[in-house]
Design a protein around this ligand. Structure first.
Ligand code: 6PG
Length: 240
């Protein structure tokens, strides 16, 4: 694993750096494998990043978009991560509909939706049973409780190691989420975290010793690249 921490002056510099890194991985991935696969994070931080990606001239037919987590709501619900990314980015570019792979949230049982998305990923990547496919980039945010994706502190989702996708739980509300071992299989995991409210959680995530189940972002230790992109408000006290 190569772990890099970069503290950028402010939010716009943070998002510009994230865009730069994503664009370079799009180029490399397409050169090496003929396609680029990315899992998106939700929340508010990445929205301007998605708007900036939408402005780029890219080979959209070679780019496949997945989600690293999703609120268990319909795709037209204001809380939907899919809706946010479509409005900010995907509806503005000529990416083939088949290249957009939203998490299904229309099943009565979130657990069966999780299993469906897992099977979709295994089929897409043509993965042999028992193996985890490697996405090129998994984009992550971090909550002020140090959750990432929908891996919340002290939830059952943190114990799932033999699946790609599981059901997360935020205050009793179901979510679909990548498991941490699946996140860790990615070629490049990129946290994009801004704001002073994230400072206490970051201190715990970067502490030599702390409870991984209390601070789930500590579990993200990928075999590939790990980037922590922070703005100064969040990360000025951290050392790489
Ligand atoms: C979600 C996200 C979640 C998010 C963090 C940070 O579905 O909400 O995937 O993990 O990245 O909660 O959210 P902000 O960027 O809004 O602080």
């Amino acid at each position: 694993m190569s772990k890099k921490i970069e503290v950028l002056t402010d939010k716009s510099a943070l998002l510009a750096r994230a865009l730069e890194l994503i664009l370079s991985r799009i180029e490399t991935s397409i050169q090496q494998r003929g396609q680029f696969t990315i899992a998106l994070s939700g929340g508010s931080t990445p929205k301007p990043l998605y708007e900036a990606i939408a402005q780029q001239k890219l080979p959209w037919d070679k780019i496949h978009v997945f989600w690293g987590d999703e609120r268990y709501v319909p795709p037209n619900h204001p809380d939907s991560n899919e809706l946010m990314a479509r409005d900010a980015w995907l509806n503005k570019v000529d990416i083939p509909a088949a290249n957009i792979h939203p998490m299904p949230t229309n099943d009565a049982e979130p657990a069966s939706a999780a299993a469906k998305y897992e099977q979709h990923l295994l089929n897409f990547f043509n993965t042999s049973p028992g193996n985890f496919p490697a996405l090129d980039v998994v984009l992550l945010g971090m909550g002020d409780d140090a959750h990432t994706a929908s891996l919340f502190p002290h939830t059952e989702a943190l114990k799932v190691r033999d699946h790609l996708i599981t059901v997360g739980n935020k205050d009793g509300n179901p979510r679909l989420t990548f498991t941490y071992p699946f996140i860790n299989t990615a070629r490049c995991v990129m946290f994009v975290v801004g704001g002073a409210n994230k400072r206490p959680a970051l201190a715990q995530v970067f502490a030599p010793e702390a409870d991984n189940f209390q601070y789930p972002s500590r579990l993200i230790q990928p075999q590939g690249e790990l980037w922590w992109l922070l703005d100064a408000a969040a990360g000025s006290e951290l050392k790489s």
